[in-house]
Design a protein around this ligand. Structure first.
Ligand code: GLU
Length: 501
């Protein structure tokens, strides 16, 4: 039996929700769901200069779009709130005072100028750069004097100055840091706001977080945090540092810049862009699950339920994982093919509506569109790829950009014109307008004219769509309708260029 975990995703909303952050959120969510525990969303908004309310909204929208529902946090509440750090200041101040009383922290009165001067001196004398702890060793009288002068102060943690700090990471094992390398970090700033270090420890403790699962770039903050737990007399959570996500070529960390897949496609790094470009949330979740974790080392396509059942911390790899940009389009197309026609239509509507300039309700009711969807479904990798396949239905007339496209290889302009003319006649005379009748009729023409199937069909395809590559011909004609089809074929006849024209 696994104990239900309480895990948190604790982003600082300073910019658009990044796909790497989504992977962190997802692994926490999977673990919460696997253990029947809680997934908590906590907003770390203490860096007021960098906090953006729009970034918070983008984050909430992104998590919802991905289907990563949180059990506690903004908008849903919970028993351990508030879930915005900016609303928890009194708690941080209380514990900072407590640490001072216990002798684990101290007020530091150094001004920015003094600190700058200190660093200059350290540089000049080739000492290690860092706070020299001068306020840690002030006498009671010196302190009283600074207070009497009304000097402002920050609270710093009194770190051990020798020895080592060893902590355990569930993926990486024991990790040891030399205390000499560490600083008396600021816990509370002069404006009464906490730094990340204090806020995160207080919150993880009082929110009863069992596992801290987050990006590997945070590992260097653990020793300080470990000492803070010790000073507070609290039990630290289990640390689980997820493998770094590298760029597709393995050279460096995935950053805020879009990357290219091997076939040259630009792959976005912000979650909202995945939505806007027509990736499906289930596909993105499946894709992200595979960065640093694997179901069985073989199966790449699996649904959320399967991932939840199988997910384990033991299964998370320690080494950095390449961002598998080459798999995204393929995975998305697999998920697109799994959709029912109704679900596909609903997913496509916003994209088609924008691209075709037709309102969603008209498209929803359009039987012609529905007829073509199974064929569209097989050809698109993203929802945004659909419009070019069906735009011929919504054009008043077709412009054939390159009239030479009307003439198939090894066919003369005369043969092309003859084929189109006979096709128009035949199609105009059909009594039943459906895929089967159209196909039967046009195949008869093959025998009658002595032209090959492609020599007849390909000019018709170009005539009705303006393109050489389009959906299967008979169903396209069926969808377009008899009158429009015949009219477009007739219109194309006059555009067939003369030989070598
Ligand atoms: N607020 C940190 C961030 O922006 C979270 C680090 C942590 O999870 O402890 O990612």
């Amino acid at each position: 039996m696994t104990t239900p975990a309480r895990v948190r995703f604790a982003p600082s909303p300073t910019g658009f929700f990044h796909i790497g952050g989504a992977r962190t959120a997802l692994f926490n969510w999977l673990y919460a769901r696997h253990t029947g525990g809680q997934f908590i969303l906590r907003i770390e908004d203490t860096d007021r200069k960098r906090f953006h309310p729009e970034a918070l909204q983008d984050l909430l929208d992104g998590l919802r779009w991905l289907g990563l529902d949180w059990d506690e946090g903004p908008e849903v509440g919970g028993d351990y709130g508030p879930y915005l750090q900016s609303e928890r200041l009194a708690m941080y101040q209380h514990w900072a005072d407590w640490l001072i009383e216990q002798g684990h922290a101290y007020r530091c009165y150094c001004t920015a100028d003094e600190l700058a001067q200190m660093r200059d001196e350290q540089r000049a004398t080739k000492q290690k750069i860092g706070y020299d702890r001068r306020c840690r060793y002030l006498t009671a009288e010196e302190r009283a004097q600074k207070e009497a002068e009304g000097k402002s102060w920050v609270v710093r943690l009194a770190m051990p100055t020798d020895g080592v700090t060893t902590f355990h990471d569930a993926i990486r094992g024991d990790i040891t840091f030399d205390n000499k390398e560490m600083q008396d970090a600021v816990l509370l700033k002069s404006d009464g706001w906490p730094t990340y270090h204090l806020a995160v420890v207080v919150d993880d403790h009082f929110m009863e977080i069992s596992h801290v699962m987050r990006g590997n770039e945070w590992i260097a903050t653990v020793p300080l945090r470990w000492q803070l737990y010790k000073a507070l007399g609290w039990e630290p959570p289990i640390f689980v540092h997820l493998p770094l996500i590298l760029k597709p070529d393995g050279k460096g960390k995935l950053s805020k810049r879009a990357v290219r897949s091997p076939d040259g496609e630009l792959i976005p790094v912000f979650v909202h862009e995945y939505r806007e470009r027509g990736y499906l949330p289930d596909a993105v979740v499946n894709f992200l699950t595979g960065i640093g974790w694997a179901l069985d080392g073989e199966t790449e396509i699996y649904d959320r339920e399967t991932a939840i059942k199988a997910f384990s911390i033991r299964g998370i790899q320690a080494s950095p994982g390449r961002f598998p940009a080459d798999k995204l389009a393929w995975m998305n197309s697999v998920y697109i093919r799994k959709l029912s026609t109704d679900a596909l239509l609903e997913a496509l509507l916003p994209f088609l509506s924008t691209d075709l300039g037709v309102d969603e309700e008209t498209l929803r009711q359009d039987a012609r569109l529905r007829l073509l969807l199974p064929d569209v479904q097989e050809r698109i990798k993203k929802l945004s790829d659909a419009a070019p396949w069906v735009e011929f239905l919504y054009a008043d007339a077709i412009t054939i950009e390159n009239p030479k496209d009307l003439i198939p290889r090894k066919t003369t302009p005369e043969q092309t014109i003859a084929g189109l003319t006979r096709s128009a006649e035949l199609l105009a005379g059909l009594e039943t307008w459906d895929e089967a009748s159209i196909e039967a009729g046009l195949r008869d023409l093959v025998g009658e004219t002595g032209l090959k199937a492609g020599q007849i069909f390909s000019p018709i395809r170009t005539a009705i769509t303006g393109k050489r590559v389009a959906l299967p011909l008979f169903i396209s004609l069926a969808a377009l309708g008899q009158a429009a089809s015949v009219e477009r074929i007739r219109a194309a006849i006059s555009q067939v260029p003369a030989a070598d024209g």
